[in-house]
Design a protein around this ligand. Structure first.
Ligand code: RIB
Ligand code: NA
Length: 317
């Protein structure tokens, strides 16, 4: 039977305020408000489902017994996701307060709420066995990441960790990761925490220096594949066993309306394509790259995820 994409992680209700600039401390600005489905895990599952060509996408998480939680499950089901969500009786659904300025940049505060109530047992062996890839992030209890990734590894499922938002990663967790997929800031910070020196500014220095630095730093990490997203510059893919040097995939140039969730779009697109193509990471990253580019052209996170057709058109031009 065809393998599925399994995303285990967070849902958050996004509460979004748009203003021309970000407010300075003590400043009040007048702006616009909207709310919608978010949370890194759910966003990734939505992206994966929208770009899927028949590959099943499962989402496992925990919401509260409230309107946001009901809305989350309805929204996910409408995207064709196989929703495996636990409902906690008392702890409220996670929320994210998001500020977006006129340049499409964002600042976020997340209250994890019910997401912290997800347990390893909530991810059944059946779910893991049906998955060709499992994707996790940093918006649930880190002990659950550790336990679930290790169970997935034991069952031979390809494991992806998107260490967002930035938090220390335990050695045990890292030991169960096949594909580590941070953004440039998360990558630099995690290297710093491990005492690995990087003398290159990954977000500014020339790409050649960046790819060299990523190759050197990756050598010291116990993961086979490192996929570092570099924002509007693109993405760098390095499979240590199959490549001599990392491969850089430049970003598509698009008009950025709202970059919130672009990283999630990348991961979702990557995961679906990876299952479809039998594990070709470069091809999957190219697909994720287009998925992310399209997502920034629209307002919002999950609702901004593109369709399969849109991604294919972008890759063909
Ligand atoms: O990555 C974007 C997401 O991060 C938002 O949807 C918000 O919910 C936060 O979790
Ligand atoms: Na967007």
């Amino acid at each position: 039977e065809d393998k599925a994409v399994l995303v285990v992680g967070s849902y958050a209700q996004d509460l979004v305020w748009n203003s021309k600039t970000f407010p300075a401390p003590g400043e009040t600005l007048v702006g616009k408000f909207r709310t919608g489905p978010g949370g890194k895990g759910s966003n990734q599952a939505v992206a994966a489902a929208r770009v899927s060509n028949g590959t099943k996408v499962m989402f496992c998480g925990c919401v509260g017994d409230d309107l946001f939680g009901t809305g989350a499950r309805d929204f996910q089901a409408k995207q064709g996701i196989d929703v495996r969500v636990k409902v906690h009786p008392t702890i409220p659904t996670g929320t994210a307060g998001i500020l977006v300025n006129d340049e499409g940049q964002n600042s976020i505060v997340v209250a994890l709420g019910s997401n912290l109530e997800l347990k390893s047992e909530d991810v059944s062996d059946d779910m893991l066995q049906s998955a060709g890839i499992i994707v996790m992030q940093h918006e649930i209890d880190p002990a659950v990441n550790e336990a679930v990734l290790s169970r997935a590894r034991a069952l031979g499922v390809t494991t992806v960790l998107n260490p967002a938002p930035m938090a220390p990663i335990s050695e045990t967790t890292l030991a169960s990761v096949d594909i580590l997929a941070p953004n440039e800031t998360e990558f630099a910070t995690m290297l710093q925490q491990r005492g690995i020196e990087v003398n290159v500014d990954l977000s500014k220095d020339p790409i050649e220096q960046v790819t060299t630095a990523i190759a050197e730093a990756s050598a010291a990490l116990p993961v086979r594949t490192v996929v570092v997203t570099l924002g509007s510059r693109g993405v760098c893919v390095y499979d240590k066993e199959a490549m001599d040097t990392p491969i850089f995939i430049p970003a598509f140039h698009v008009h950025c309306v709202d970059s919130t969730g672009a990283g999630d779009a990348f991961i979702g697109g990557f995961a679906t394509k990876f299952v479809e193509n039998g594990g070709d990471v470069v091809d999957a990253a190219k697909f994720g790259n287009a998925t992310a580019a399209l997502s920034v052209t629209k307002e919002g996170t999950a609702p901004a995820m593109p369709t399969r057709g849109e991604v294919e058109d972008m890759l063909q031009d």
